[in-house]
Design a protein. Structure first.
Length: 258
């Protein structure tokens, strides 16, 4: 897909949590096509310690309002500075980057979308795409506590939502792979994004139950175009750049010990 370098305008910056903001961006022209699972490299202006763009998953594309959403976790100087943008500010982005999730072969397929932490971000846009394709998804969202579960109302608009929290403050207590929805249902496809240990656990479950599974890797992606080699991943086809060949991979391609 064609990539664009765009100066987008902030329409909203919503503080969802002490460590998360939702930034919505637009422009006068229609936004380019973007696929669920793709990401953007966002320039951070005004930070003396931030020299590289920050890779952020595309959270949602609202065609009615011509907005693209980014769920940003505040983890360092760059993201904390990015979180200070205000309505009317200009943000420079490169998008869409990488390859997205595949769609099920048939709308009859039963699909489960598993997100952990900020890894829930690409699941929202994917959920809408699946629903539009006639495949109503089931969501399983995990977090440390109920305060870390974000955008639940938006997810509920696209499918059935289940939650887990490590402290038991919402949903079932424990990790996503322990949730009863896995024991009580037979899924044909699992999509997941989140911390690598969580994704590896999900991939192990999928492999053991012969379920197709795609993971969205969160490797360090400094350039987004396969030039800097920061995000190299071992696959059955050799070493590849996750930002260019991924970030979405079928687990059959990865050399994970699961």
């Amino acid at each position: 897909m064609k990539k664009y370098v765009l100066d987008l305008t902030v329409t909203e910056n919503i503080r969802l949590h002490a460590n998360y903001v939702l930034i919505k961006l637009t422009q006068s022209d229609p936004l380019p096509e973007m696929l669920p699972g793709q990401f953007a490299e966002i320039r951070v202006d005004g930070s003396p310690t931030t020299f590289l763009r920050r890779p952020i998953s595309i959270n949602y594309v609202d065609r009615k309002t011509n907005e693209v959403w980014f769920l940003v976790q505040l983890v360092g100087d760059g993201t904390r500075k990015l979180a200070t943008v205000q309505k009317g500010d200009t943000v420079n982005v490169v998008l869409p980057l990488g390859n997205g999730f595949s769609m099920p072969e048939s709308p009859e397929k039963k699909v489960l979308l598993i997100g952990g932490g900020v890894g829930t971000a690409p699941m929202l846009y994917l959920g809408e795409a699946l629903l539009k394709a006639g495949c109503k998804p089931t969501f399983l969202l995990g977090a440390r506590s109920k305060n870390d579960l974000l955008q639940l109302d938006q997810f509920a608009a696209f499918g059935e939502v289940h939650t887990t929290t490590e402290d038991g403050s919402m949903g079932e207590k424990g990790y996503v792979t322990m949730h009863s929805v896995l024991a009580n249902n037979q899924f044909d496809m699992i999509y997941t994004c989140g911390p690598k240990p969580m994704m590896m656990a999900v991939a192990k479950y999928a492999k053991a139950h012969n379920i197709e599974c795609e993971v969205s890797l969160e490797n360090t992606m400094a350039c987004g175009v396969g030039a800097c080699l920061c995000c190299v991943e071992k696959t059955d086809e050799g070493h590849v750049c996750a930002c260019k060949e991924g970030p979405v991979f079928n687990i059959k391609k990865l050399l994970w010990q699961i």
